[in-house]
Design a protein around this ligand. Structure first.
Ligand SMILES: C[S@@+](CC[C@H](N)C(=O)[O-])C[C@H]1O[C@@H](n2cnc3c(N)ncnc32)[C@H](O)[C@@H]1O
Length: 240
């Protein structure tokens, strides 16, 4: 299966750089401070798939010393422009060899695995995360739930892609981010909970906790499905 990372694209990078935490993105990040501060001991982190740096700046705000890494040159460039004192690093696909083993308290990955195809590739990257972690280190992996691709949301639409509901785990699906001016569909890879569990096992990782945040009516957003259906899944992992 041919798969192109939708974020290796100048126009999308520029649009994405303007995104903060509107709507469904707010819900993705809402519970992360509590989750991270509850599970993670030290403050040295790597932000895998940092994009234009939103997730890295977020971690800095929690007091972390962060290195952001990404495969998309345009995204990293914009992360650096926005945060000249931050540490951002362009990496080759799946290659984290330049980073020391047993060095990080936290590996954070927000949305990145939605754009990484195949079991083999996911397993290889999670194995690398295991190598990078200190013995008590934690991985926080936030991904899209399969439901995101078959419902409507404050920040996303999928109604033009009815074929999404026939996609099996590991297949391509399409989604439009309505919060940015670039309304071209993004192609993601749908991945079920069962398939993630298999990946983590093969990578020598254990699930510590799984969260599926739901929105509250009292929050100041025009929720669509978010109060009933969780668009995101957050896995907290450690080495076996
Ligand atoms: C949806 S963006 C999320 C960016 C950021 N984490 C945030 O929350 O704003 C996903 C990012 O993952 C990156 N990515 C995809 N495959 C990757 C890989 N194999 N290694 C590193 N980054 C990758 C993409 O280039 C893109 O910048």
């Amino acid at each position: 299966m041919e798969f192109i990372n939708a974020y290796e694209d100048t126009r999308r990078a520029e649009a994405y750089a303007k995104l903060e935490f509107p709507g469904t993105y707010y819900l993705a990040y809402r519970d992360l401070p509590d989750i991270i501060l509850r599970h993670v001991k030290g403050r040295k982190a790597i932000d895998f798939g940092c994009g234009t740096g939103r997730s890295s700046r977020f971690l800095q705000g929690l007091g972390f010393n962060v290195t952001g890494v990404d495969v998309a040159a345009d995204m990293i460039k914009l992360a650096q422009t926005r945060d000249p004192n931050g540490a951002y690093c362009l990496v080759e696909d799946g290659n984290l060899g330049q980073f020391q083993a047993d060095a990080f308290d936290l590996v954070l990955s927000v949305f990145t695995f939605d754009n990484i195809p195949t079991v083999a590739k996911k397993v290889a990257i999670f194995r690398e995360f295991g190598r990078l972690l200190k013995s008590e280190g934690i991985i926080v992996n936030l991904v899209s739930s399969p439901q995101i691709y078959v419902n409507e949301w404050a920040s996303f639409t999928t109604k033009n892609f009815p074929e999404n509901k026939y996609a099996r785990s590991g297949e391509k699906v399409k989604i439009i981010i309505t919060d940015i001016e670039d309304q071209r569909p993004v192609e993601d890879i749908v991945w079920t909970d069962k398939a993630y569990q298999e990946v983590f096992k093969r990578a020598g990782l254990q699930i510590v906790d799984t969260y599926r945040p739901l929105a509250k009516e009292s929050e100041p957003y025009q929720w669509v499905s978010e109060t009933r259906i969780a668009p995101w899944v957050i896995y907290v992992l450690k080495r076996d």
